[in-house]
Design a protein around this ligand. Structure first.
Ligand SMILES: [Zn+2]
Length: 230
């Protein structure tokens, strides 16, 4: 008990205090009614990219699975990658979510590892092996979309350095790949085809606090401040 992180104990104390002050204990209702989230978010483990904070989401409203670089590997017939697949399966077939959002982000360490090892040198590290789920074709896709953000949506010329630009292009290509891979899961594809499920890609700029949402047709990411969404 004494070794439990003090930071977490203080945070929990604050959490309990805020709940008591509000005069209601939302979790007791959630425990009785069960969870009915409408959105599955597939996000990175990165501590700077917290879906519940970014989307101001209350407990029970987002079903979240996090892994390194927010990857959705294609379905397999062996026991690899069951964690992410199990979360997707439960969200779609058990909770009947209406949306799946792949949330990528700037300065992703997993993507950086993949970009810096584009030659595919063998490594025994778990991160390197996990990032092998990102196919080499994402680098071609990133190249094809390399000029997507030469201009901001409002016409402002972006001044990102080429270094950032290179990683960002692959971060976005990885999100496109994950959204494509979702369609390889039978229950996801059926949900989309029957109009019960919609897939989305998004990218969070940590430094600027910006959210970019992928256009479903062009696959290009556009900046949004959320105002246009009702
Ligand atoms: Zn990341």
């Amino acid at each position: 008990m004494r070794t439990f992180p003090l930071q977490l104990m203080r945070g929990f104390k604050s959490f309990r205090g805020a709940k008591a002050k509000a005069g209601s204990y939302q979790h007791s209702r959630l425990a009785i009614d069960g969870q009915k989230p409408e959105v599955l978010v597939i996000a990175c483990c990165d501590s700077r990219v917290t879906p519940e904070l970014i989307f101001s989401a209350d407990p029970g409203s987002l079903f979240v699975v996090r892994n390194v670089a927010n990857l959705v590997p294609p379905p397999t017939h062996d026991d690899r990658n069951l964690s992410t697949a199990a979360a997707i399966e439960f969200a779609v077939t058990g909770l009947h979510v209406r949306h799946i959002v792949v949330l990528g982000h700037a300065r992703c360490g997993g993507i950086k590892a993949a970009v810096d090892n584009v030659d595919g040198q063998k490594s025994t590290s778990a991160v390197s092996r996990w990032m092998n789920w990102l196919p080499k074709t994402v680098h071609d896709d990133a190249h094809n979309h390399a000029h997507d953000h030469d201009f901001h949506d409002d016409g402002e010329v972006l001044t990102r350095c080429s270094h950032d630009h290179k990683y960002r292009a692959v971060e976005e290509a990885g999100i496109r790949q994950s959204v494509n891979n979702l369609m390889l899961y039978d229950y996801v594809r059926e949900g989309v085809e029957f109009g019960k499920l919609t897939l989305h890609g998004s990218w969070f700029d940590i430094e600027k606090g910006e959210l970019w949402v992928m256009d479903g047709l062009t696959k290009v990411f556009h900046w949004t401040d959320g105002v246009d969404f009702k």
